[in-house]
Design a protein around this ligand. Structure first.
Ligand SMILES: NC(=O)c1ccc[n+]([C@@H]2O[C@H](COP(=O)([O-])OP(=O)(O)OC[C@H]3O[C@@H](n4cnc5c(N)ncnc54)[C@H](OP(=O)(O)O)[C@@H]3O)[C@@H](O)[C@H]2O)c1
Length: 257
């Protein structure tokens, strides 16, 4: 087995939304494969707890940045602060995300904008900062956007979320074709239904839970740790000729009729 192919030793990864759920599992996974980790989220105590967990499982360096990604204009300055501490970011994982659940005709503009800003605009703007940084360093880079089944299809009451994730897939493809010349790979992961805070109301809903189990060929909810393998692959040199793709980690959902 050629472990070098998946080694992240000497790299630093920035994971937005890295203080819990999928982002924390990915941060821990990248750290266990050798990367130092910087994480961005709002909740300070969860940031500190995540830092301890990542250090404990990997022994790697961890930096935390408390920041609200709805503050789009502040992202460039945040990125500069991050670089002044970490010196370099080789891998960017855009994982921070939020949702709103309401019939489309009742979605308030404020909620629509919040979902778009965190899920789509912030991911794009931080990717711009990352690209400028990699160009300045004359170094390659990897961007991984955490998409969703809703890069592929929709279901009722999730219009803003589906629009943001559909947009994120097209940002992934657009940046992939534009930034290949800088040796920046841009890919997405499409998680199926994963048991996290975000889906807690859905897990608690008996009908919904039954639907998820019956619709998923593997007949279970995913766990945040299920996303780690895809993230390590897309962050490592194993994926150097892969760009503009979405890898669904969904227990077979998208494949099933
Ligand atoms: N769970 C699933 O079934 C599923 C399926 C497909 C895709 N996803 C995607 O996976 C990603 C992670 O979700 P999750 O399921 O792990 O949910 P989660 O546990 O609720 O995590 C969401 C993360 O995003 C951060 N975040 C949210 N709003 C933010 C803001 N305004 N500024 C900065 N950070 C913010 C949260 O930290 P703070 O609250 O501390 O800011 C948290 O770290 C999301 O992009 C989600 O759309 C999840």
């Amino acid at each position: 087995m050629d472990n070098e192919l998946f080694s992240l030793s000497g790299k630093t990864a920035l994971v937005t939304g890295g203080n819990r759920g999928i982002g924390l599992a990915v941060a821990k996974g990248l750290a266990r494969h050798g990367a130092n980790i910087a994480i961005i989220a709002r909740n300070e105590s969860q940031l500190q707890a995540a830092k301890e967990q990542i250090q404990e499982c990997s022994g790697k360096k961890v930096w935390t940045f408390s920041f609200d990604l709805e503050n789009i204009k502040g992202i460039e300055g945040l990125f500069e602060n991050i670089i002044s501490e970490t010196k370099e970011i080789d891998i960017l994982v855009n994982c921070a995300g939020t949702t709103t659940r309401a019939p489309a005709e009742d979605v308030e503009l404020e909620m629509w904008n919040q979902v778009m800003q965190v899920n789509l605009t912030a991911a794009f703007v931080i990717s711009q900062s990352f690209c400028r940084h990699r160009k300045e360093m004359s170094e390659a880079g990897k961007i991984i956007n955490i998409g969703s089944l809703m890069c592929h299809g929709a279901r009722p009451t999730t219009t803003a979320y589906a629009a943001s994730k559909g947009g994120l897939l097209m940002v992934t493809k657009s940046l992939a074709v534009e930034w290949a010349k800088y040796n920046i790979n841009v890919n997405a992961i499409g998680p199926g239904f994963i048991a996290t805070n975000l889906t807690a109301p859905l897990q608690a809903d008996e009908d919904f839970n039954r639907w998820v189990l019956s619709r998923t060929p593997f007949e279970r909810w995913g766990q945040p740790e299920d996303i780690v393998g895809a993230a390590v692959f897309l962050a490592s040199s194993a994926s150097d000729f892969v760009t503009g793709q979405i890898l669904y980690v969904d227990g077979g959902w998208v494949a099933a009729l």
